[in-house]
Design a protein around this ligand. Structure first.
Ligand SMILES: [Zn+2]
Length: 180
């Protein structure tokens, strides 16, 4: 597994954006592998069940959708990567390796003390109601902020409404496509 240093380049603390965040503890070069996104691997159906049990769609934000349609549940057996917040113009991206493991990489030089972020690119196939938009309102403060965690709706195959959490980098919907 890729490692750049034995000492983590990051630290978890309260974020001005949302809840807890992950911050650079030292300068990070572009393209550095920062942290793995760990958690229990579950089916899409199990993710739906857990989201409902946790009280609704907003709790999908610990889910990371893999290319094969399964989900990493960062809320179960996860690590600090689940605290990395969303930003519309992030300084990191999440990349799924061929073995299905997901790592966060820096997109540009990150200064010490900067909060790490990546674009969750959440896909929600239900109606984007005002209440839902409020639930997923983004206050990342980056210049390109769209005001929402949610990726714009795109035409796609009909499927049960739900949020596909954290579908990889750069707003791509590829990893949110159904398996097979
Ligand atoms: Zn934003």
């Amino acid at each position: 597994m890729p490692r750049t240093s034995l000492i983590p380049a990051w630290i978890v603390k309260d974020s001005p954006v949302h809840g807890k965040g992950v911050f650079a503890r030292r300068r990070i070069a572009p393209g550095a592998c920062i942290i793995e996104y760990r958690g229990e691997r579950i089916t899409w159906e199990e993710a739906q069940r857990r989201a409902e049990a946790r009280g609704g769609p907003v709790n999908h934000t610990f889910f990371f959708t893999l290319n094969d349609g399964r989900i990493i549940d960062g809320g179960s057996r996860g690590n600090e990567a689940r605290f990395v917040n969303h930003a519309c113009e992030p300084n990191c991206e999440a990349i799924e390796h061929d073995d299905g493991r997901v790592y966060l990489y820096s997109l540009r030089p990150i200064e010490r003390g900067e909060e790490l972020s990546y674009n969750y690119a959440l896909i929600y196939e239900g109606r984007h109601t005002a209440a839902l938009k409020k639930l997923f309102a983004c206050r990342c403060g980056t210049p390109g902020c769209t005001g929402s965690y949610l990726a714009p709706k795109m035409p796609r195959r009909a499927r049960a409404a739900g949020v596909h959490g954290r579908s990889g980098s750069s707003g791509s919907s590829v990893s949110s496509d159904p398996p097979g």
